[in-house]
Design a protein around this ligand. Sequence first.
Ligand code: APR
Length: 233
Amino acid sequence: MKPRNIVILTGAGISAESGLATFRDKDGLWSKVRIEDVATPEAFARDPARVHAFYNARRAQLRDPAIAPNAAHLALAELNARWPGELLLVTQNVDDLHARAGSRRMVAMHGELAKVRCLACEAVQAWTDDLSTATPCPACGTAGRMRPYIVWFGEMPMQMERIGAALDACDLFVSIGTSGNVYPAAGFVAEVAGRARTLELNLEPSAGRSRFEEARHGPATRLVPEFVAGLLG
Ligand code: APR
């Protein structure tokens, strides 16, 4: 039976074939730098220049024309545009590839590399250049109070109420390209199990594999277009 309301969760694996490193695969980001040094509020308070350098390097990839949406991002954008029922794409990724592919019904629950937030006036603004400890806020002019618009470990993800409402209403939950290691995203499948069909599309079984009714393993650029064609077919 065709579903009506869909929630799709994506992780770093959907952007791997666009050339962006994942976090926990071999040579992943967390094999090169410690979370405690660059991805917590304490790290930023302790050494903001080091945190800025880590995100400046990742933000530079947004400006690299070789890094573009792949067939999986594009297939999800087509589903996003054409699905007649409710649909929410919840991404853990902070790259802009879903948005550039055209997905609109979307939440970037861990923030966005292409934005920054001023700790003095709280303004959030588009920003693709480097940030430093001296950068003045374009909104209020205060220097040295700019941080990446990224949800760090220990901080509350974005738009959790909207995500919770979509999970409550969904009858199909699909997880794509995530290892299922980080909460609250890793707990979404347990929230919907029993009242929604659950499907994992991933290169290999994730940590949460046993909680999914169905799993298909392989590259996202093959699995996701096939999945979308099956839904829209
Ligand atoms: N196609 C499909 N899946 C892939 C591909 C691919 N081409 N390449 C890798 N994967 C899968 C891996 O098998 C792995 O299960 O993507 C997953 C990536 O897992 P992680 O590197 O842990 O990334 P993610 O699950 O998105 O991490 C969640 O952790 O560090 C935090 O905030 C960070 O949002 C991130 C969160």
